[in-house]
Design a protein around this ligand. Structure first.
Ligand code: COA
Length: 292
């Protein structure tokens, strides 16, 4: 299964090819693997898109490639934007509205994470993850709010299942994603009366993603033994969940979390490896010393 989408998605999927005609999506982290496929699906089904990222080259290249998926698609890449800096995000919104005319959908997907035990995780490192994942998500909605209100739009946060239990080496991201879920719920309640929906998509182990290569060693054979649906997820599974939540099929769905993980979290404590707590003790007692 490819990690990016092509035109065959439109034929294979359950969705109408012009489902999102006239809509514009603003996506932070859109050059990464999960958010890129979200952008691809929406563009293939008629939307135009602004891809927001920190790396200029990667962001612009992704936008160019995504634009080739549908004749007439307009996809702009806006690089050098850090979601921690609300003013630079605001400039990206202004550019998007100037070039694409409007914003209907927002995906707050930019994330930062790394594996580190508590003893070696500094206060600044913890803050970096909270700032990118949680404050960055808040900032993304903050700067797009006027457009969301005007167009009765919809927000989608990209979360995780890590905070459903304690997961070692993932303290920062677990805390941040718990906050993201809380943010989405509160926005669903506050913004619902304005016609704005807010939902969260929580991917599990999705093959071929940056998160998997950086953070997990899960293999297809392990998934067969441990995941109720007996496989790793695909980026297309994420695309379908995303399309659903923005589609009219979800017009009465807000404040929800769509977990796309093959049922994995239901049967997992999150610690994954059988060698816990040995690996944790090795890491936490490592001689390089704890950081403040
Ligand atoms: N283990 C422990 N600490 C780490 C670390 C690691 N692997 N990587 C970074 N840190 C610490 C740094 O040492 C620093 O802390 P210090 O000042 O106490 O030394 C702090 O985190 C901030 O690091 P910095 O490199 O200045 O942050 P940044 O803002 O440039 O980068 C990160 C943010 C750290 C999240 C970086 O990993 C990143 O940019 N990731 C983006 C991509 C990504 O993570 N995608 C994941 C998708 S699942």
């Amino acid at each position: 299964m490819p990690n990016t989408l092509d035109q065959s998605y439109v034929q294979r999927s359950a969705w109408r090819p012009d489902l999102f005609a006239g809509k514009v999506v603003f996506i932070t982290g859109g050059a990464g693997s999960i958010c890129r496929v979200q952008a691809e699906a929406l563009v293939l089904l008629g939307a135009n898109a602004a891809i927001i990222g920190r790396n200029v080259e990667k962001t612009e290249a992704a936008a160019k490639e995504i634009a080739t998926l549908r004749p007439g698609a307009k996809v702009i890449g806006i690089g050098a934007i850090d979601v921690r800096k609300v003013q630079s995000l605001k400039e990206a919104v202004d550019k998007t509205v100037q070039e694409l005319g409007r914003i209907d959908f927002v995906i707050a997907g930019a994330a930062g994470n790394f594996l580190c035990d508590f003893n070696h995780l500094s206060s600044n490192a913890f803050k970096s993850i909270i700032d990118i994942d949680l404050l960055g998500s808040f900032n993304t909605v903050k700067v797009t709010f006027d457009q969301l209100r005007k167009n009765k739009g919809a927000i989608l946060f990209v979360s995780a299942t890590l905070h459903y239990y304690g997961v070692p080496f993932q303290i920062g991201v677990g805390a941040a994603k718990a906050g993201v879920d809380a943010l989405s719920n509160a926005l669903a309640v506050e913004l619902g009366p304005l016609g704005i929906r807010s939902n969260t998509l929580a991917p599990g182990k999705i093959q071929g993603t940056e998160g998997m290569s950086r953070l997990s060693k899960a293999s297809e054979s392990e998934a067969k033994r441990t995941v109720p649906l007996q496989r790793l997820g695909t980026t297309e599974d994420i695309a379908d969940g995303t399309v659903y939540l923005f589609s009219p099929a979800a017009s009465y769905v807000t404040g929800d979390v769509l977990v796309v993980d093959g049922g994995n979290w239901q049967v997992s404590s999150g610690i994954g490896a059988n060698d816990y707590p040995v690996t944790l003790l090795d890491a936490i007692n490592a001689p390089k010393g704890g950081k403040l």
